[in-house]
Design a protein around this ligand. Sequence first.
Ligand code: C5P
Length: 233
Amino acid sequence: MSVFVILPAAGIGTRMASTGAAPKQFLTLKGIPLLLHSLRAFLAVPRVTAIYVAVRTSERARVAALIAEHNLGEKVHVVTGGDSRQDSVSRALAALPSTAENDIVLVHDAVRPLIDPTTIGRTIDSIQKHGAAIVGTPAIDTIKQVERTADGALITATIPRELIVHAQTPQGARVPLMRQAFSEAAADEFIGTDEASLLERAGIPVFVVQGHARNFKVTQPGDLEIAEFYLAG
Ligand code: C5P
């Protein structure tokens, strides 16, 4: 069984761009780009066969240099991403070598630098057992459903929080299941914000592996300080 990893890293980081900062996958945490933190976590898992990093064309050389500079070896490949996260993952999926029925693909946001090898291992185990799985954390706050109004939002329901999970990454499946989910989404022109939403709509059961708050997505100004706090702890 091979385990392939896709790291979508072709975003432009619009929410962070207000600060004039680089695309967030290249921001540094403890002097190291976020992308590199994520790569190292997956390289620390011996079951990982190869990693495909999807980047913008203009950043291919920069990422190739980063990989060479940090001696990341032959497991890491660079592919060109697309206009949406889903498009970037789809292009990387197409770049995977021909795979066996039980091979696994994991997708991890490059901008979640604090993923740990143990959680990655548990996700692989769950996919081996169930076919598809993601990392998620239970809801802590009470969850409200709202209707948008001119003044903001009006509560329409309270959703029992034990039924709510915050979806993180990695998210993965056996390769044929992931390919099926992506091709059905493309046929229907469905764009999702994660892989699970594509798997779900293809009728593929997706299990949840317990994650940790520290595996958050660096998204807005201030998030780097939170990541540094977690690293210090
Ligand atoms: O934009 P969002 O926060 O959902 O991005 C999650 C991940 O997807 C980031 O690592 C980002 O670089 C990546 N992405 C991508 N291609 C895009 C947009 C986002 O690979 N076109």
